[in-house]
Design a binder for this molecule. Structure first.
Ligand SMILES: [Fe+2]
Ligand SMILES: [Fe+2]
Length: 265
């Protein structure tokens, strides 16, 4: 069971139940140089209010390293692990290496690209995070095919690599009591309700769903669908669209209980 706080109220460091991990999340923060102060203020408000911060892509507006530096400065000394995936906006300037270096420059943020990490939170609960941007591909009725022009098949292959990385990561963190999947693109169309049906293929793909259904992580987060829906599920796994445009606020805090015994099977 995932308990979700309606609001973020900074709590004392020992003000939450033992074995419960507080995970703050946001997608589509779209940092900009001319909104630097607003970003610093927003992230500063999170200090002490969570045990971990997850950012579901579109960290910047156009992918310029200067925008990444705004995020790095906003997270500087925030006092909790911060994991992020890139989004399509972060690739736009085609300066991926410089952008990731800028975001990670102070050592507070780790950008996960088809990768995973574990860390101890909230009194030594081991939390595993798999970070995969995901990609386009569509849903029943809008699937892109693995057929025809090499460019189109390359798009299909790109998504295939994300699916494989998701599977690998989930296998790697299988024994963590709390396991989180962090995506930018949606793994289900149920969190896209509100978006135009005509663009669903560009908002994600259910090709990302089978590893989630098989490994049953504690929580799946994504962004990208600014006009989508907050809550849905893949089987019994909660999927949350944490785009700030959907949240209507800067962050959402999830309280995830330690299900160690139940998670090992
Ligand atoms: Fe976005
Ligand atoms: Fe996006």
């Amino acid at each position: 069971m995932v308990d979700e706080q309606a609001t973020i109220a900074p709590a004392p460091s020992d003000g939450h139940a033992a074995g419960v991990v507080r995970v703050a999340a946001a997608g589509d923060v779209h940092c900009r140089v001319d909104r630097r102060e607003a970003a610093l203020e927003s992230f500063a408000a999170m200090r002490g209010a969570a045990d971990m911060l997850l950012l579901a892509g579109d960290l910047t507006t156009t992918g310029e390293p200067e925008e990444g530096a705004v995020l790095a400065d906003a997270c500087r000394g925030i006092g909790m692990p911060v994991y992020a995936v890139l989004g399509n906006h972060d690739w736009h300037a085609n300066r991926r290496d410089e952008l990731v270096a800028a975001i990670q420059q102070h050592g507070d943020v780790v950008v996960l690209e088809r990768d995973w990490r574990t860390c101890e939170c909230a009194g030594a609960v081991e939390v595993g995070v798999v970070g995969v941007k995901g990609f386009v591909g569509g849903f029943p009725g809008s699937h892109l095919p693995d057929f025809g022009e090499p460019l189109l098949r390359a798009v299909y292959e790109e998504t295939s690599q994300d699916v494989a990385a998701l599977e690998r990561g989930l296998r790697a963190i299988e024994l963590c009591p709390v396991r989180i999947v962090l995506l930018h693109y949606a793994p289900t169309d149920a969190t896209l309700v509100g978006e135009s049906p005509g663009i669903q293929a560009f908002l994600g793909t259910d090709r990302l769903a089978p590893p989630i259904a098989e490994h049953e992580p504690t929580l799946v987060l994504h962004g990208h669908a600014h006009a989508g829906t907050f809550a849905a599920s893949i089987g019994t796994v909660p999927v949350r669209n944490v785009s700030i445009h959907v949240l209507g606020r800067d962050f959402h805090v999830f309280e995830l209980p330690d299900h160690a015994a139940a998670a090992i099977h």
